[in-house]
Structure formats: C-alpha cells, structure tokens
Design a protein. Structure first.
Lengths: 359, 359
C-alpha cells in the first residue's frame, strides 16, 4: 500500500478504523452472484461452482461485475467458505438450487480422511484472483477477503450440507467433545493460514462469517465460536498488526460491543433481525469509542422494493446514529432481487434525497 | 375447578402463579409424539395426522401416553398449530417425514378462499379430547392447551410449508402490508375463539407458540408478534380473569421480562440458545416479582445423553436460580430421542441426586 493511500484511506477502511463517514460506504453480502444477469450468463458457461471459484480470470470478472454496475465501496472475493474443507481434502460440491454437499464427518473416525493442515496450494487460484481484482479496482473501492468461522464451517463438514439449527454438529459436539474441539482447532489454524495468504495477496480487510451463531447454546458460545474467532484474529494481528477484520455473527444474541470485545474484531456485522438503535445504545454509556457496525437492511425489503425499501433504508440510515457505519444488508442479497431495486438502494444511500421525498 | 383444587393447585399452575417449587415441575414440548414407540404404533394404524388429531379417543390416548410413562406434571393436547388454518378453510395436510403442506396464500386474492371466522365446529373433536384427557389425569398433572401465535401461523399459511427464515411471509408483509395485517387480525380473532373453547373444555393453562419470532426484524416485532399476542391474552383475560398463559417466543432476542410485559403472559418459555442466568438477571434490579420461566435444555443434549445430558440438566437447574421455573426443553423433543435418556432426565430433575454423582 502506498503512503498516498495510507494518507487518504478508502472509505470502508476509514470506517473500520473508527471514522464515521456520511453518507456511509456501501457493499452488499453476496453482491457477486446470482441476482446479476451477467453473473448468470458467465456461470452457465462454466461446469461447476468450484471450477469458477478456482479460475482466477473468471472469478475476478465475477468479483468486479457488481463494482462496475453499482460502484460499491468494496469488492468481495467471489468464492465460498467451503473452499477450506475442500483444501483439507473433504469432498465438496455445489448442487444447483440446493446448496453445498460434502462427504459428511459422521464420527471422529472420519477425520482420518482429512489433511491435518490446509493445502494452500489448492487455493492458489484464489490468491491470484485477489491480485487480479486489486489491480482493476477503482481508487475508493476496498478489496475484501473472507472465510467462515470455525463453528459455521464445522457444521457443514459434520452434516455434509446446510441444516436447520445445525443439529448434526451440535449432536457431534455433545457426543464427541474432544474430537469436536480438535476439528475447531484445525479450522482455526486453517483459517489463520488462509486469511494470512489473502492479506498477502492484496486483501485490505476480511470478513469472518459466523452465519450460524444463532444455533449455539449460550453456554458454548465462547468455546465454539468467540474464542476460536479470537484466536484467528490474534494470530493475524501477531503477523500483521494493522489488519482490519469484520465479524458477522448472525443470531449471536450479543451486543456488537460484546462481539467486538470477545473476538477482537474492528467492526461487527449485524443481521436484519437486530434493531441498530438497541444494538449500540446497550453499551453506549461507556467511554470507549463506538464499535464500527455493518448492516443491516432485510434482504427481503430489497426484493420487495416500493415503500418497504424506502422505509427500511431510512430506518437503517437513522438507526445507526453517530456510529461508524458501513451500509450493508443484514444477510446475503437474494437471487430474485430486481436490479432496479439495488440501483435505487445505492442512490438512496448516497444521496439521502429520496428519503425525504418517497421514504 | 373445585375449591379443593384451588387450595392446592397443581405444581405447574402454582409456578405460573409465581411460586417457586423445588424440584421444578417438568413437561416436554412435543412429549406426545414420535419418540414414543407406543405413539408410532398407534400412528401407523391411522390414516393421516389430522385424522388422529380429530379423533378424541385416539388423540386423548396419545396425549396420555407420556403421562403414564414418565409422570410429567402437564399433559399437552396432542394436536398441531395448523388446525387453525384448517378450520379457516385452508387446505392442510402433513407429509410424513417432510412436515406440513398448505395451499399457500401467494397474494391477497388468496384470502377469498378463506373463512373470515374460524369454524369451531370443525375443532369440536379437539375440545372433546381435552375433556377426555382431563378426566383421566393424575391429580398433580395439569392440562395444557395451545395455539400458534398469529405471525407463526401466518408464515405457514403464506408459504404453504415451513421455510427457512420465513422469507415468503416477510416478503408478503413488505409487499402487501394491509393484507398482511388483515391476516394477523383474523388469526388474533381465531386464536381468541379457539383458546376460549379450550379453556371451556377443561384446559388449565395454554401455551402460545411464537416459534418463528427470530425471523422478525425488530422494527416489526411489536406489530407482527407482540401486539397480536397481547390482544389474544387481553381478550382471554376479559372473559376469564384468572387464565394462565405461557408465551414461547423463540429467538425474539428480548429478555423474558420484556416478553411478559409486552404480551401479558404469566410465564415465558425460553429456547435452548438462551442463557437462563442472563435471561432473568437482565431485569432483576427491578422490584417487580420475577417472571416465571420455562425451559430450556437443548433437545440434542437429551438425544446425546451421557455427560452432555448430565451437565446440561445441571446447568438448567442452577441457571434459573430463584426464579419460578418449569423444567422443559428449549424446543420440541426430537423423534430420535432414546427413551432411557428421558427417564434419566426425569429422575435427575426430580431427585437432584445424580447431579452431584455424575453431572
């Protein structure tokens, strides 16, 4: 990074450093994906999802598509959290319209099929993608990498697929607590190596997705989720003191300040169910700086458009008050989202004008 | 209710009235169901789930099965929350192993197929079941009725099935806010009529299941969930001043005291993700009486058995401190639950002995 860039950081990086910017910078989770016709066209010309994710030229193109169309303030690597089990030698595939399928780890014996360390050479195309995207990004646009948090990735590895309430993973953890801890430990180490390589390739910040925090009994939240994430964050900071990390712990039930304190994150993503007003007022009496927050429009308000979208955007913009804020959805953008609704969203966030006229 | 019973209320009713009892009374959500071999045998001899639910003799038998086997402190009517849409003329069926299927309300025009008021005559067999069970209950065992909360029932009526995050219902609410409110209003009225008839038939308390509170954006929690439940509770209290009502609002993210204050519930059920210590300590500084709570062992700890069960039960028993407490799971019992684990659970809760020896 040049010193000129350090002097004038990109808006999202400035927010991650604790600065409030008006209007807030914006990107959308899953912005490189199926709601874009140009993505669907390119996807139809490639065999499998993983072939696309592991093709630097095509993955870079897909990553850049939403930047060209909407001028978002961040590009997020086109990939999936399950490339980590793939690089640990667990068989992973993506069934169109159904989601991921893995050869499930039904019992501790299944571990023998896995590598104990992640094979970063298998993920080399991803790091090349990051470099390619970085070179083509507009000046204000930040390059984001990501990975899944250990519990969320483990829940797919154990169940072999997405599951309601992550029941198979919880049952595995109850039945085989030491093997479960071993899996979490392996994923901590794999995530450290994987994110370090993403930073080395040019990522300017990373998001750790704990998409399934909501299924963890609170008695286990520290052990299964917060401490593993903290170990990843601490290890990255040990290598790269100024790394910027966003933690999105959907359904954790904790205030963002507690998530930030427990994990060491620079910023906390909040899901659509959370009231941003309550989310930060909880701990606001303290004299500490406000935790930067990211979120949290309901993706279905963006699908619906109309008044629901206008009111939803207004609520998000006002709800975060004076907190350093990155505008985002409260979950990934849905494939059925009309393009024109995204255009209107970006215009509303950037101008604020429509809020008074039509909101 | 005789005056003798009023003088020596059943343990669960005493807790609902604010009394702390040690050891706490116990029942399990979905206790009349598939984890019991005697249920599976009876179920295999009846055509459909609704035929069973609408057969007073068989439904009473199924309701009583777990009482005979485990001596629980409450019998909960064997039925389903979707008998309400069934009695509003929406086609409902249950696909074995897949769950409920309804003719979905894709748009406001779909309302024309529905009755505006619930047809209580269609539910007459349910009221007869309550009377039959009541006559056979052991003295300390309370008769519980139930219904789904309007949002949870509406989400099934709109989607036609269970859905992750209740996306179709949220989208409907955004696109058609007044039609959505109309549906909620109809369900409020239907629930008042249905629960009133359950009390008239002999129910001593009812539980209102807001199983999908967790998918509601907080900005809409009042309008979609808390206020509709409050209207049901207020109307029932208007007719029957001493009715006892438990509200189970899974994933609401609110402290139980707030749920109780917002809905008027006597007691609040909490799900397995909540830490009971935090749940009630939140508002404990106030001088108000402690809200009775129900919950919240992870149903998967009961499936797992062994140390996970011992520790889980210990955590629940100690976690509720001095709060009036009804022991329950944090969600319905799972079909794969071993009978012997339930026997051990009941023994642990009732004696406390094993807690010190094996917990």
């Amino acid at each position: 990074m040049s010193s000129a860039k350090l002097n004038a950081p990109k808006p999202i990086l400035a927010v991650l450093d604790g600065m409030r910017i008006d209007p807030p910078p914006i990107w959308l989770m899953r912005q490189a994906g199926r709601f874009l016709p140009e993505y669907r066209k390119l996807r139809s010309e490639v065999g499998t999802f993983l072939e696309l994710a592991y093709s630097p030229k095509l993955a870079a193109e897909v990553t850049l598509q939403p930047i060209r169309r909407f001028g978002f303030d961040a590009a997020i690597l086109f990939s999936d959290i399950l490339v980590v089990p793939d690089a640990m030698n667990q068989k992973v595939s993506f069934v169109e319209g159904e989601g991921p399928r893995l050869d499930p780890l039904r019992d501790p014996e299944g571990f023998s099929r896995l590598r104990s360390e992640i094979d970063l050479s298998r993920l080399a195309p991803i790091f090349e993608t990051i470099g390619r995207v970085k070179r083509e990004l507009p000046g204000r646009c930040a390059m984001l990498g990501f990975c899944g948090a250990p519990w969320t990735v483990a829940s797919y590895m154990i169940a072999g697929r997405g599951t309601p309430d992550q029941a198979p993973a919880r049952l595995f953890a109850y039945r085989h607590p030491s093997a479960f801890q071993e899996l979490i430990d392996r994923l901590v180490e794999a995530s450290i190596a994987y994110l370090s390589a993403q930073f080395a390739a040019g990522a300017e910040a990373v998001q750790i997705f704990e998409s399934f925090a909501g299924a963890i009994p609170k008695a286990f939240l520290e052990d299964w989720s917060l401490t593993p994430i903290r170990r990843i964050v601490d290890a990255l900071r040990g290598k790269l003191p100024n790394v910027r990390i966003i933690v999105f712990a959907k359904g954790s039930g904790l205030s963002p300040d507690r998530v930030a304190a427990a994990t060491g994150a620079n910023a906390v993503g909040i899901d659509w169910t959370v009231d941003p007003t309550e989310a930060f007022f909880n701990d606001r009496s303290s004299s500490k700086p406000l935790t930067p927050l990211q979120g949290n429009l309901d993706p279905l308000a963006l699908v619906a458009g109309g008044e629901a979208l206008g009111r939803g955007v207004k609520r998000v913009l006002s709800g975060f008050g004076s907190v350093p804020h990155i505008f985002n959805l409260g979950h990934g953008i849905l494939p059925e989202t009309p393009i024109e609704n995204v255009e209107r969203l970006v215009a509303m966030v950037r101008s604020g004008d429509e809020l008074d006229n039509k909101g």
